[in-house]
Design a binder for this molecule. Structure first.
Ligand code: ADP
Length: 398
């Protein structure tokens, strides 16, 4: 069975084609600058040469048509015909309380995703464009939606409710939903496999640290708390997002600077975080470089960022009354030796002991970076959100 995984953003569309017989990736790629004058398709077939095409792609339907052309192209293609694709799996950010797991796309499911636009105005509309575009191009192929929030639907009320008037929950469903669920789910399962211990017995803290970043407490295989909130803005400091702050700052700044709702949203989501404090970049590699060159603002950004990761690990160890394993994943978590070192070196009170040599190793494989004596296992596990989407799609359409 072959499954096409689609991750649609407002101006981009990422894809991967899986052969589920051995879960191998046949091709992957990306369409960028959708709706702008020169859109770029980058197609990377496994074992064949890469292809780049610049053209005008005004919306997602054309983007998917181009992707299907690339997948069936004589020279760069990996299948003979579109009919070889058995199902399409879509990443959707927000499933609200309606989707506790992945679902086959039906008219009812689409209606529900549309209802959730209110909760995720930046993220769900592009997902819907991706779904519609796939339906137009592949009308007879089943579609599945996989939600970033679904894994966190197991959180208890005490973790997901905000201490604000209850009417805001009953009227608008204002609560914590979390995100990066497919990643936290995947790496916690991989951690249990790596440790060769039953997932049901483990208390794991998973740190997904990429451009966006979130931490989850996974107890017995289910999410019991997570740092992102109703939207991905809460929790850790991120590349361009502020993470946690005193909510009173919002009306204060709006008042002083005469900002609109959109402007303050943009300030907190796009102009805060590492970028705002360093004044250099939202990219951890550049922050680290700046710090090494003695730039004080980069150092402050790095210290604030790592301090907050450490505080969350401490609080989730308290939430679960213990922790067996800490897992680092995603762009920064998998690659930044200095970030992991800075976070972990002051978790000795938990019995964490880091092996510097193991921490310095670079590999794309799951690995342990704690010493044999460490009371907590510390692992680096590359995430694979696309594979989770492909697996769920496979399971649901079979
Ligand atoms: P997202 O999926 O949220 O866009 P990723 O998980 O791909 O993000 O992570 C992207 C981020 O990973 C980049 O912004 C960069 O800061 C960081 N990153 C990648 N490689 C390294 C590295 N070697 N050292 C530190 N940070 C890195």
């Amino acid at each position: 069975m072959k499954i096409l995984v689609i991750n649609a953003g407002s101006s981009s569309l990422k894809y991967q084609l899986y052969n589920m017989t051995d879960e191998s990736v046949l091709a992957k790629g990306l369409v960028e600058r959708i709706g702008m004058d020169s859109s770029i398709l980058t197609h990377k077939p496994t074992n064949k040469s890469e292809m780049t095409e610049v053209s005008e792609i005004l919306e997602h339907t054309t983007a998917i048509r181009k992707v299907l052309h690339a997948l069936t192209d004589k020279e760069h293609g990996v299948i003979d015909s579109i009919d070889e694709i058995d199902a399409v799996g879509h990443r959707v950010v927000h499933g609200g309380e309606s989707f506790k797991e992945s679902a086959v796309v039906t008219e009812e499911a689409k209606k529900e995703i549309r209802r959730l636009f209110d909760l995720a105005p930046l993220h769900n509309p592009p997902s819907m464009m991706g779904i519609k575009a796939a339906e137009v191009n592949m009308p007879s192929i089943p579609q599945v939606v996989v939600f970033d929030t679904a894994f966190h639907q197991t959180m208890p009320e005490k973790a997901y409710m905000y201490a604000i008037p209850r009417v805001l929950y009953s009227k608008y469903k204002v609560r914590r939903y979390g995100a990066h669920g497919t990643s936290h789910d995947y790496v916690s399962k991989e951690a249990a496999k790596f440790l060769d211990r039953p997932l049901e017995d483990l208390k794991i803290i998973t740190c997904h640290i990429g451009n966006g970043a979130s931490i989850t407490a996974v107890q017995g295989g289910v999410s019991v708390d997570t740092s992102m909130g109703m939207t991905p803005l809460e929790g850790l400091m991120m590349g361009t997002r502020s993470g946690d702050l005193d909510p009173a700052i919002v009306p204060f700044v709006m008042n002083k600077e005469e900002l609109t709702v959109n402007e303050v949203n943009s300030m907190l989501n796009k102009h805060s975080g590492l970028l705002a404090i360093s004044g250099v970049s939202s990219d951890m590699r550049e922050i680290t470089e700046g710090m090494e060159k003695g730039d004080a603002n980069s150092k402050l950004a790095f210290d604030m960022y790592t301090y907050r990761v450490r505080k969350y690990i401490g609080s989730y160890a308290a939430a679960m009354n213990g922790v067996d394993a800490i897992v680092f994943t995603a762009g920064v978590g998998e690659n930044s030796t200095v970030l992991r070192e800075q976070v972990l070196k002051e978790l000795t009170f938990l019995g964490v002991e880091i092996d510097e040599a193991l921490n310095a190793i670079r590999s794309g494989e799951p690995r342990r970076i704690s010493t044999e004596q460490s009371k907590v296992e510390v692992l680096v596990i590359p995430t694979n959100e696309e594979l989770v989407i492909a697996r769920d799609t496979f399971r649901l359409v079979q």
